[in-house]
Write a protein that binds this ligand. Structure first.
Ligand code: F6R
Length: 357
């Protein structure tokens, strides 16, 4: 069966369409999010972004985009409780695409109670109701997407806020041009592009029956490596794992002394970026050479993989996002699974409500 037939057969809920919509979602959210206004944190007061799963990814990506320049701490909370140090001067943004995620509803209540400068990004649900009741700043994005496919909407809302705060610089016009370049990147990854020149399709074939282990430095691509892992889990329905340099050379490398049997089932993907710290890069190179002597396979992918001369940070971030999304998609249809349904995630949410699996 050729790849297009595979999409017709297995991508029954249209994840390809959703992933192709990334540039449209970016433009759409940019237009709508100018009114999402919140006080800029200053000094030691943090920006706290709360969200779970797919709704937390935009938070990680924005953190990675600004973390080397930003003069206030940025933290992402994925749990039920805000840390005690988050006080009324903190700015807290609660993101839940569905608006019904228990942890985020709790964090929202907690932030509102503490008198934090609180904002909400959602498509509706209970969170939208609570935000309206408490009259907090809210960005309502369009409904009907799997939360992880709303990344363009959620991320761009945060991006616009960072631009309004003067933390990141990009004009609407520049963003439009950038989305056009992302469209070109996506074109190289679609099922219509020549299969042999399509890096997403090529890598997905190598990942068949393997467990991807995705590594990145602690810079621009930290959240991206986690996104790739989650997309392998949710779209491709396979076990995957991610970790970060330099920390992993202080512990994880010892795990490569496990049995050859286990190692040969692992496929290591190193994501590199031109802004990686030189120390990080040296450690990545050393670790990569070590792996070459093992039974585990490894590839290194640079964030300028598509050949543009010197793409900016945002462009590198978004093109790596698109690449990972497409690999997970090809792997899904290659394995004969529908990328969209997330049965086990929903089952556990239901269990929490009704008490049985
Ligand atoms: C589903 C997905 C999940 C959800 C998570 C939280 O596509 O990616 O990880 O994002 O269960 O739900 P929301 O995003 O609705 O708060």
């Amino acid at each position: 069966m050729n790849i297009k037939d595979r999409f017709n057969k297995y991508d029954r809920s249209g994840m390809l369409e959703n992933i192709l919509s990334l540039p449209d979602h970016i433009r759409e959210a940019w237009k709508m999010s100018g009114d999402f206004i919140l006080p800029r944190p200053s000094g030691p007061n943090p920006l706290v972004i709360c969200g779970m799963g797919g709704s937390a990814i935009g938070a990680f990506l924005i953190r990675d985009l600004i973390k080397r320049e930003c003069d206030f701490p940025v933290q992402v909370e994925r749990g039920y409780l805000l840390p005690p140090h988050v006080g009324s001067d903190a700015t807290v943004i609660c993101i839940s695409y569905s608006g019904n995620t228990e942890e985020v509803l709790k964090l929202f209540g907690d932030a509102a109670e503490r008198g934090c400068n609180t904002g909400v990004i959602t498509s509706g649900g209970e969170l939208a109701g609570e935000a309206a009741k408490r009259n907090v700043s809210m960005m309502k994005v369009r409904e009907g997407l799997p939360p992880r496919a709303a990344i363009g909407l959620l991320f761009t809302t945060l991006l616009h806020l960072m631009v309004n705060w003067g933390v990141y610089e990009i004009t609407g016009e520049e963003l439009n041009l950038l989305t056009e370049r992302i469209e070109l990147v996506i074109k190289k990854l679609t099922p219509e592009s020549n299969a042999r020149d399509n890096p997403a399709f090529e890598l997905s074939k190598k990942l068949c029956d393997k467990m991807p282990v995705i590594y990145a430095g602690d810079g621009l691509l930290e959240g991206i490596s986690y996104r790739w892992k989650c997309q392998f889990n949710e779209n491709s329905k396979i076990a995957a794992y991610s970790n970060i340099f330099p920390e992993l050379v202080h512990n994880e490398v010892m795990g490569w002394e496990c049995s050859e049997e286990i190692m040969k089932n692992l496929f290591f993907i190193f994501l590199t970026d031109s802004d990686d710290h030189p120390g990080v890069r040296k450690r990545m190179d050393a670790a990569y050479s070590m792996l070459a002597k093992s039974t585990g396979e490894a590839v290194m992918i640079g964030s300028s993989w598509y050949g543009n001369d010197s793409p900016g940070r945002l462009e590198r971030l978004l093109s790596m996002l698109a690449l990972g999304d497409f690999i997970s998609l090809y792997l899904a249809v290659g394995r004969g699974v529908d990328p969209t349904p997330v049965g086990k995630i929903e089952k556990i949410k239901k269990f929490l409500k009704i008490g049985e699996l």
